[in-house]
Design a protein. Structure first.
Length: 149
């Protein structure tokens, strides 16, 4: 399913279903990183959904304009130095194609998500605090194993 179709499918859901799906995703991430969430942490996940500003359509508009720029660049027959410079700029700084509204929403949501993480951490148990360490250790083991091959 393309990105536009995915966003339209989500927006076609009732507000309650959108909230349920989002909160379910937050809880799944809590379980992945901390184990079974405490009731206070579940409440924070529900509160987070209500605090975040929706940006699906703004994000989609950004992606479409960015991809249009890439497409236009690759349609140029000349693949010389100017092509390389423009491609490098597009790859290094895609954010310049974001609207001010999207940037503002992203910044606001980042701040709210940081508070969610801090508040969630305040309710962690010792066992929960050890789970991310174990997860990171597994990543390290995987990387070491790949480097040795």
């Amino acid at each position: 399913m393309e990105e536009r179709e995915e966003i339209e499918a989500v927006l076609a859901l009732s507000p309650e279903q959108q909230e349920n799906d989002a909160v379910k995703g937050y809880k799944e991430n809590l379980i992945r990183w901390l184990g079974e969430p405490r009731p206070e942490q579940e409440t924070l996940a529900i509160d987070l959904y209500n605090q975040l500003q929706p940006n699906d359509l703004l994000w989609l508009k950004y992606r479409e304009s960015y991809q249009a720029e890439l497409r236009e660049l690759f349609e140029e027959p000349d693949r010389g130095e100017q092509f390389s410079k423009e491609l490098f700029q597009l790859l290094i700084d895609p954010e310049v194609y974001r609207s001010q509204a999207l940037n503002r929403t992203i910044d606001q949501n980042i701040q709210k998500f940081k508070l969610f993480l801090l508040n969630t951490f305040a309710y962690t148990t010792e066992k929960q605090r050890n789970m991310p360490v174990k997860e990171i250790d597994e990543y390290i083991e995987d990387l070491v194993g790949m480097m040795q091959k």
